[in-house]
Design a binder for this molecule. Sequence first.
Ligand SMILES: *Cc1c(COP(=O)(O)O)cnc(C)c1O
Length: 394
Amino acid sequence: MSGGDSRDRPMTRVVHAGRDPEAWNGAVNPPLYRVSTVIQASMADRKAAFAERTADGKRMVYGRTGTPTTRALEDALCELEGGHRAQLYPSGLSAIAGAITAFVAAGDTILMTDNAYGPTRTFCDTYLRRMGVKTVYVDPRLGADIARYVTPDVKLVFLESPGSLTFEIADVPAIGRAAKAAGATVMIDNTWATPLFFQPLAHGVDVSIHAGTKYIAGHSDAMLGIAIATEDAWPRLRDGARQTGICVGADEAYLAQRGLRTMAVRLRQHQESTLAVAAWLAARDDVASVLYPALPESPDHALWRRDFAGACGLMAFELATKRADRAAAIVDRLRLFGIGSSWGGYESLAIVADPAAYRTATRWQARGALIRLHVGLEDPADLIADLDAALEAG
Ligand SMILES: *Cc1c(COP(=O)(O)O)cnc(C)c1O
């Protein structure tokens, strides 16, 4: 037995992808390789090892360029998204920064959806700007109209769909076609959908990026990023990572592959519970709107149904009041939802956030103060009771 089979369904592939017990003395999971130096048998053998490594072979030559532990995870995620090869990074943000920098040079322009993750924007607006790369933000619901913005200096189109905090869905195939026609590379932050619910490379994207920190690791105990590339995009992505010394610890890679094996069942429950919470919130008078594309009344529902195979546990809702202090008091009263950054672990989280603070191309039309929820794996009836008590008191 070795690895997955493309005829298998996604839930099966999540269990089998990237595994190779025969190469691991029969162990079900990859051994944890803690490595810097790798010894070669002779100078001729050393030359052969590096040649194999340069050709993307599996042979280990030095800890920084990968081990069987990291390779197993890269192969698994690559297989799940139908990519050519994948590269691990020490965090999701590092994967975003590393993938973008591998594809741009001074004088280039990046087009980015206006609902992108705040730190992604900050990276572009500070670090990349200093390097002479400009970022232009566009309406995430632009679709094929993006062609109007793809001027000759645009070398990269970066999407996040659904977007952080506000969850608009981009028409990825239409944007991909317009970008391709102009010769631009297309990248997506696919963290919300995970490799199970959206397949970007089959929709015209060249590089798909995940914060493995979220559902892939899945237990709030590891930081990791991953970028999965098509065959055309791979050499540039790989060289960017090699040239900047990107590598990840053995423990993080191990934990992420362990989390991956249960991701399909976890997500099934996250989706079921989140739909229940979202529908319950939508029916309340003290809630102005619910932002979750899987909800039938969402303006993005049709696109979500067309392109996605499911929805995760991250959503938001707006209160009927615009007062952020009221929202903060509600979040403070929650007993089962922790207050904290990140998401994708087994536990529920809540924060108050202001999308307007992260917008430049579009104006966020707030209907009320926004609370972002990560709906965890607790019993949804308990989560609803907790939300009910907090909302009723406030
Ligand atoms: C959390 C997050 C990231 C960054 O991941 P880290 O591992 O925390 O660096 C990137 N994109 C999205 C959409 C995220 O939610």
